[in-house]
Design a protein around this ligand. Structure first.
Ligand code: FAD
Ligand code: NAP
Length: 587
């Protein structure tokens, strides 16, 4: 399979160098973590397997790739100057512009000097004698650090199904998440796309423009709401920039960590006519906020049925061929899998050179030299696109041999599903932090604020440890168990826990089924993190270099970094009572 085509520049491996912290990954998470730890005066090394910063936006260069949280919100909020100087040109910026933004941030804060690119971290081992992590890479580096921070991404380990015969296929195969930097020209080619998730839905209209023929292999149909993307409206931009901090604070108080109008009423309390009007208006606004049309859509099946019916009618209104429209109409919960946002996706199937093949009943059988076989039919193609997603949330952890206390590997510990305290850390792995790890809101919220909140919390935590002379921090088993139970309990109130999505690991055979992100909403989660911090890092054990706990550690942490996350929560929108009442719209 083709992928990143960058060549690795030569450099001497780093051996036996001691850092205060090593960060794995230089996406938005790793970049901001580096920036913060530098301000604490720590020595930091970042390792990044890609050839540049930006993570997701470095790798996912497929045609049509863009964010689906509006760019005025899908951006860092830590610097008012950065907020003011950067200009997004579209409501939903394309991949190249988001990557430029990442590069701009790297330049502005001179981040690259501490990052080794083209370097894959293969192993991280906690040495119980020195209380330091030893980090090894495929480049021959072997460094040690007090803190090992995983900024490896939730959607960064490409899922490449091992189809029989794939190696015999003569044409190129591209995964959307490892798209070649020089682009791909499909002009005049017969092309297969496997998958119909967000990446497929964004790329298919562009691939169809070039290809001689396009055959889409669909295992599960998906709902998609039009983006109605547009050039940035200068008046809108000005209005936000006039008081960006207030806008950011408003967004943080929302369950999704981004602001959009939503209606807390029940869909079931409205008449069919009122519902139709409400859905029409929400559809006209487009994108993920469509799910905010009513407050109970992800909690009451009968309510969900109404929006699902509306969305299916939209598909049927666009797709000319009724049989194809039938195949494209999902019959599952609307928004149960991550909702897709499209631009001209369903319309593509009206083009005579585009065909949809249903592989829901019988999986793709095999590849041949000249194509692939499904339902007993060989489809001859010149090129194949795997829009087959990711081993979400834990895939990039699984690829690294991470060894904690008593020689336990993280893979073993998480065999039945990830276990964390607040998605930040895990028992048995001292001084090991995860940014947007499983058990935190991560992929259920606007990811950049999720990242910043985690990084700010870790920065205060590490700063505190230095203040009091603590050598290690590790969560306590009871608190981890309670948190895992809470994450599971809250998931059960949502219809999201009921379907075969990547949220539960169901997209890849053999993965444990457990709802991985925290669905209770961003502000509730943030409050919990703040509470833990101000309660003297409740649920964590801190030890000094002699392995004593509790000695002189009875000092309340300063909360310099997390302070900006103390926004008042709009209790009419999100509170324990609203969770109990099943009124928590989550995108
Ligand atoms: P990533 O950006 O995934 O970065 C992780 C980095 O770690 C990668 O560069 C990877 O190469 C590196 N890495 C991993 N393992 C190793 C290793 N062993 N050694 C060295 N380096 C390693 N979220 C939203 O909120 N809104 C959106 O609109 C949105 N759109 C998305 C569109 C696409 C196509 C995808 C795939 C995801 C999207 N997301 C979106 C989620 C997105 O992943 C996050 O918003 C965000 O970019 C994650 O940043 P990160 O730094 O945590 O992880
Ligand atoms: P995805 O949502 O997991 O979709 C993968 C698709 O491939 C699914 O249709 C899946 O079918 C199919 N598939 C997987 N293995 C298959 C197999 N063996 N045979 C046939 N089909 C197979 O992955 P994605 O589209 O890359 O998106 C992942 C996430 O990234 C999104 O949910 C979103 O969070 C983020 N993203 C966001 C945007 C955006 O608009 N900003 C764009 C892209 C990605 P099943 O459904 O049956 O598993």
């Amino acid at each position: 399979m083709t992928g990143d085509t960058q060549t690795r520049p030569s450099r001497h491996p780093e051996t036996e160098i001691a850092y205060d912290a090593v960060i794995v990954g230089a996406g938005f998470a790793g970049m901001y973590m580096l920036h913060c730890l530098r301000q604490l005066g720590l020595s930091v090394r970042v390792f990044e397997v890609g050839g540049g910063v930006g993570g997701t936006w470095y790798w996912n260069r497929y045609p049509g790739a863009r964010c689906d949280v509006e760019s005025m919100q899908y951006s860092y909020s830590f610097s008012e100057e950065l907020d003011q100087e950067w200009r997004w040109t579209e409501k939903y910026a394309p991949q190249a512009e988001i990557l430029s933004y990442a590069n701009h941030v790297a330049d502005r804060y001179d981040l690259r000097r501490d990052i080794h690119f083209n370097t894959n971290v293969t192993k991280a081992t906690f040495n119980e004698d020195t209380k330091r992590w030893v980090i090894e890479t495929d480049h021959g580096d072997r460094v040690n650090a007090q803190f090992c921070i995983m900024a490896v991404g939730c959607l960064s380990a490409a899922n490449k199904p091992p189809f029989d015969g794939l190696e015999s296929f003569k044409g190129p195969v591209h995964h959307t998440g490892e798209w070649p930097h020089d682009g791909v020209d499909f002009t005049g080619l017969d092309v297969a796309v496997i998958g119909t998730g967000s990446s497929a839905i964004q790329s298919i209209p562009f691939i169809a423009q070039q290809a001689k023929s396009l055959t889409v292999f669909q295992r599960t149909p998906n709902y998609a709401v039009p983006a109605w993307n547009e050039k940035m409206d200068p008046a809108y931009e000005r209005a936000i920039k006039d008081d960006y901090p207030a806008f950011r604070a408003k967004a943080r108080a929302r369950p999704t960590g981004f602001y959009f109008p939503f209606n807390m009423e029940s869909a079931l309390d409205a008449t069919p006519e009122e519902r139709e009007q409400q859905y029409d208006e929400a559809w006209a606004r487009g994108g993920l906020p469509f799910l905010g049309a009513y407050g109970d859509l992800l909690f009451e099946k009968d309510a969900n049925d109404t929006i699902a019916k509306f969305a299916r009618a939209k598909i049927r209104a666009v797709v000319d061929d009724p049989a194809t429209a039938d195949l494209l109409c999902p019959d599952n919960i609307f928004g149960c899998k991550r909702l897709c946002v499209d631009t001209g996706y369903f319309e593509v199937y009206n083009q005579p050179h585009v065909k949809l093949v249903d592989v829901s009943q019988n999986p793709i059988e095999r590849f041949t030299e000249t194509g692939l076989v499904a339902n007993g039919v060989e489809y001859k193609v010149d090129a194949a696109v795997f829009a087959t997603g990711f081993a979400a949330m834990t895939g990039s952890f699984d690829k690294i041999t991470i060894i904690g206390r008593h020689g336990q590997t993280l893979r073993e510990k998480w065999r039945a599903g990830p276990r964390t305290y607040l998605g930040l850390s895990t028992v048995g792995f001292p001084n090991f932090f995860m940014i947007t790890g499983p058990g935190s809101p991560s992929v259920l919220a606007n990811m950049i604020p999720s990242i910043e909140q985690h990084v700010d919390w870790m920065t205060d935590c590490i700063s505190h440890m230095r203040d009091i002379g603590a050598a290690t921090i590790e969560p306590e088993l009871k608190f981890e168990d309670d948190w895992v139970e809470h994450v599971n309990d809250v998931a059960q109130v949502s219809l999201r826990s009921t379907c075969s999505s990547w949220y539960v690991g169901a997209n890849i055979p053999g993965r444990p089924r457990i709802f991985m992100p925290y669905i209770g909403g961003f502000p509730i989660y943030v409050n919990k993190c703040n509470e833990v911090m101000t309660n003297n890092l409740e649920g964590f054990t801190l030890k000094d270099a002699q392995n004593n706990d509790g000695v002189n550690f009875d000092v309340t942490p300063r909360t310099r970094w997390t302070e900006r996350w103390r926004v008042p929560v709009d209790i009419n929108i999100i509170s324990p009572a609203t969770i109990a009442a099943k009124r928590v719209p989550v995108v």
